[in-house]
Write a protein that binds this ligand. Sequence first.
Ligand code: ADP
Ligand code: MG
Length: 630
Amino acid sequence: LNMSRLPVMSTKRVLTSSSSENSQDMAPVQKKMRKDQGPQKPQTATTIIGDKRPPAAAAATASLYRPVRGAGAATVAVAPSRGVPKQVKASSAPKAASVKQQAATKPAGTGPTRRQPWDLKGKVSDMESKIRTYQTKIKSLSEHNEVLKGSLAQSKAKAAELEREVERRRREISEFEQEQQRLSGVQSELEKVSSEKNVLQKELSNLEQKYKVNEMLRESQEMELQTLKMKQSVQETTMAQLQDTLKETEELVTSLKETVAHQKDELHAGEMERRRLHNTIQELKGNIRVFCRVRPLEDGGLTKHIQLAPSDNKSIILAKTEESHTGKTADTQKNYHFSFDRVFGPQASQQEIFDEISLLVQSALDGYNVCCFAYGQTGSGKTYTMEGEEVDDTRGVIPRAVQQIFRAGAKLQSQGWEFSFTASFVEIYNETLRDLLYSGKASKRPEHEIRKAANNEVTVTNLTYEKVYSEDQVLGLIALAKQNRSTAQTSLNDRSSRSHSVFQLQIEGVNSGRDVKCKSILCLVDLAGSERMVKSQSQGERFKEMTSINSSLSNLGIVITSLANKESHVPYRNTKLTYLLQNCLGGNSKTLMFVNISPEPDSFGETLNSLRFASKVNDCIIGTASSNKK
Ligand code: ADP
Ligand code: MG
């Protein structure tokens, strides 16, 4: 092996060649040589150098790599120390090497022996041989250098090649990396897609369930539809039947309407007939009626001097026991008999009283003027009878009459009647009129005059005529009148007992469908106390009052009497009261007079007077009434 390699090394062509093929083989050869030539003896080396043969050069080169020993090593010391690190090591002991080299050359006998000082020629030849040796060495070293240079170039080329390779790999790596990134993108996309797929699958299964539900629903609805269709056909049949029925019913309604119209006519005729008959009854009862009412004693009983017949309710006996003047004869009792249309005892309730008047109130609604007076001494119960008290049971004639009129008017609406009511409340004191419904300032209270229009209607100037629509409103007016009366009252003088108070309700009814109208007045009068005073007791204002009251009450009696006697002249104008009430007295009107009586024995005289006055009125028959039809 050693020998076969050596020739390659030795060829000149190989040493100078820069071809990469040969230089590549160089390194392994050098290594081998260093190992194999280690045991070679210095003598052999020396010989080779001398022969100047290529193997010797190779050996010398090899010796450079050997551990420093023998003559071969000595050449190293002068060689350039750059390149291989082992050369540096070798040069660290140049002296020792050269000493050993000198010692080693001696026994060989071929090298220059020690020259004699004079042997300059020999010395020169020695030097020259030395120089030749060095030159040879230099030559081999430069050759070696060349080889190394070639090897370096190869290495460089190889390095460049490797760099390119690295570059290529890097590019590949980056390409791979890009590919990997792309793939990771693809993977994430894949994951996304698969999650989307999951969602879609869920959705799909949901939809499938919904579909199933819908299918079921649809089936049930179809069934329902079927049922409804059946029902519809049933209903259509029913409908047809109903339409037939409707037609029949409509015909029936038409005929019934005709009947109703006919019956309405009959009803109206009946109503007019009722009015006529009612009036006939009232006339038969008397167009002027007198009722007597006895107030209960304060403990509720009745005194002996007033006797009421239990069998009928029309007579009253006033009994007076006269003591015997001589005392020898028995006391004589004088009885005064009176009979009226009705006599009410102390137990009679407000309702019982009103039941009798309600017939006349009906007459007022039918179109007849109605006048109702309460006559009697102060304290006999006139105001109680007319106004009563505020609790339901104790209400008097005025609120009850108003209630009846409103209710009857509302009922007549179904027959086509429209009613309107106007209320006024006036006080006559000392022949002066005072508006009891006045609600303005006391200082601006107006004066009043009674006027008679061309159509004979009587009105009072500046008086409050209040349209009323409800019972409550009338109750309010009564309360206002009460308040107005009490403000005029002084502590000494109970003015209400010294004056007449006249409540008037004008009633207007229209039946536009039948072109019928009616108009009437309901007058409810609380007269002044009828008691007469002893002349010596009455002076000044009191006297004037008394005269005024007496004259107006007696004039009322005269007016009624002359009406009854059909006298040509009826003195209405004599007093304010009769002048105001002229349309309600006589002619077509109905008059009712309450005679209120106090049961106390000391009122005997006044009671007798009142009963006498009342029976005078009672004896009158006022005209024949005809209703105010227009
Ligand atoms: P007048 O108005 O005639 O002066 P009133 O109506 O004021 O008399 O009556 C005097 C008193 O007697 C009042 O307290 C009244 O409540 C009472 N009174 C009158 N009549 C009756 C009666 N029928 N039942 C109960 N109390 C009555
Ligand atoms: Mg009174």
